[in-house]
Design a protein around this ligand. Structure first.
Ligand code: DNO
Length: 363
């Protein structure tokens, strides 16, 4: 296991790399070039510049995330072949800079969605990302986009890139004729094109789940349950076609047994990395992001980490979103302090697993 952290780059992140390095057990980053539009080639020199800075801080950068997929690829229309060619070039460029895992998602239009980016947690006065489907009542996709952008404190949020939002209305209209089945067919078309390139250069593509884990605004969504991932994983038979299991995204849906999902795909050798965080359900399709601790949320973190330890111990893990605590301000979900606490906690659970195993083998 390698413990990693998300960092948005020098110009877009308030957190210094040296502070990330000071988190105990932190080996590297899940990196991100936040200014790249979906469909664009990630040039080698810009990747190298970003990674150079990470290395200078004595951290690794073997995972890159949010290499976003153009809507034409998901819809199977327009210039999809051109965008797929660009994606292949990006994969090669990332591989040449030492990247081993690329995290992406196949969600139409939206990446993750929340109805409040800073809802106070009454128990302790901190705040965190929050979702209540009832609050979406009467709101269209454009309203929620406006609200999220207003509340983001000027930060561009991953998955909410301005150029993607500019075309929102047209894109939503086009999706009316795309079914979940079409999405799966288009997904296969994409994988069949890019996975051979990944195999050539020793890279894994890791698909991130839908968040929240059900369809929204009538858009087709396929990556949010055990059944959904079963269908996705057979689309292309290769270890380079893998998953990034995000426990918080999956746990947003109470029907998901997250531990079983981790075990199932871990045993198949198809989990490349994990985003780990906890959620607390407050009602029907209403939840907040809690601290990582099992007793603060609805996920049993001991069982989650045990499932990883026993079925896919070589994955990259990052503490996913955190609350805002200790008066920290910054990018919603991506403060330093609570994510650092999350990393320390996950490292503690991991150490206990290692020692337990060691003691068992001595018996
Ligand atoms: C949310 C993140 C996602 C993830 C993308 C991958 O905070 O986990 O933005 O990186 O879905 O494409």
């Amino acid at each position: 296991m390698k413990m990693t952290f998300r960092w948005f780059g020098e110009k877009s992140d308030t957190i210094a790399l040296k502070h990330i390095k000071q988190i105990p057990g932190m080996t590297g980053l899940m990196g991100f070039l936040d200014y790249k539009a979906a469909g664009e080639v990630w040039e080698k020199d810009e990747i190298a510049e970003y990674i150079g800075k990470v290395h200078a801080a004595r951290l690794e950068c073997e995972v890159i995330e949010s290499v976003n997929i153009h809507e034409d690829i998901k819809m199977g229309s327009g210039k999809r072949d051109e965008y797929i060619e660009n994606y292949k070039t990006t994969i090669r460029n990332l591989a040449e800079c030492g990247v081993k895992v690329i995290v992406y998602n196949f969600m139409p239009v939206f990446d993750w969605l929340r109805t409040d980016l800073a809802r106070e947690i009454p128990e302790d006065g901190s705040n965190s990302l929050y979702f209540d489907e009832a609050e979406l009542e009467g709101m269209g996709p454009l309203d929620i986009v406006r609200k999220t952008t207003e509340e983001s404190g000027g930060f561009s949020l991953p998955g909410w890139e301005p150029e993607r939002l500019a075309e929102l209305e047209t894109t939503l209209e086009k999706y009316k004729s795309v079914s979940a089945k079409d999405l799966l067919v288009n997904f296969k078309y994409f994988l069949d094109a890019v996975i051979p390139v990944c195999e050539e250069c020793g890279v894994k593509m890791a698909c991130h789940p839908d968040d929240p884990a059900w369809p929204i605004f009538g858009l087709p969504r396929i990556a949010h349950s055990m059944e959904g991932f079963e269908k996705i994983i057979v689309l292309h038979d290769s270890k380079s076609h893998a998953l990034c299991l995000c426990t918080g995204s999956l746990a947003s849906n109470v029907n998901n047994d997250v531990v079983s999902i981790v075990r199932r795909f871990g045993e198949m050798g198809r989990v490349a990395c994990m985003h780990i965080r906890n959620v607390k359900h407050l009602g029907h399709r209403k939840f907040r992001e809690s601290s990582h601790l099992s007793t603060d949320g609805d996920l049993d973190m001991y069982e989650v980490v045990k499932a990883v330890f026993e079925t896919c111990p070589d994955v990259y893990i990052r503490p996913d979103h955190g609350r805002m605590i200790w008066e920290e301000t910054g990018r919603p979900g991506y403060g330093l302090y609570d994510r650092a606490l999350g990393a320390a906690y996950l490292n503690g659970l991991w150490e206990a697993m290692v020692k337990e195993q060691h003691n068992e083998t001595k018996l």
